[in-house]
Design a protein around this ligand. Structure first.
Ligand code: IDP
Ligand code: MG
Length: 150
């Protein structure tokens, strides 16, 4: 089982797309192990995007993620990283295929609606950055699990 951190970014929450976005991960088969509505702090934003610190868009990226509340989810599943990133689409919504979240709802890279972790290692790190252990319910079972996980 892999873990991925999903952030429904400020633009998606403001546009009333939270439910639509959660639905897509849920129907993909990923199991929710944590979820909350929160305001990301400047410190947490800088930590989350630390790998992009030297990029020219870093300040805009941090301003964007702290600009308004977000919904964060920790999801678990086989190939959770790859599956979630497929559901999300390419970084630039203009290059993202129809049927993906960014391809269906976005136009610009700086308003691309959703974050998903890019590797199993980063999934673990990012989930731990956003959730305390007691906010996570790992290892619970859905009655449908055997119809989703072989
Ligand atoms: P990802 O979200 O698809 O994993 P990353 O390369 O990790 O993409 O970039 C993190 C976020 O930074 C993107 O989701 C996007 O919001 C923003 N971003 C990435 N590249 C650019 C850029 O060239 N200009 C402006 N914003 C960018
Ligand atoms: Mg990334």
């Amino acid at each position: 089982m892999e873990r991925t951190l999903i952030i429904v970014k400020p633009d998606a929450v403001q546009r009333g797309l939270t439910g639509e976005i959660i639905k897509r991960f849920e129907q993909r088969g990923l199991r929710i192990i944590g979820m909350k509505f929160m305001q990301v702090s400047q410190d947490l934003a800088e930590k989350h995007y630390d790998v992009h610190r030297e990029r020219p868009f870093f300040n805009d990226l941090v301003s964007y993620i702290v600009s308004s509340p977000v919904v964060v989810m920790a999801l678990e599943g086989t190939s959770a990283i790859q599956a979630a990133r497929g559901t999300i689409g390419a970084t630039n919504p203009a290059e993202s295929g129809a049927g993906t979240i960014r391809g269906d709802f976005g136009l610009e890279i700086g308003r691309n609606l959703v974050h998903g972790s890019d590797s199993p290692e980063n999934g673990e790190i990012e989930v731990a950055n956003f959730f305390t252990d007691d906010e996570l319910i790992s290892g619970w079972n859905r009655n449908t699990d055997s119809w989703i996980f072989e």
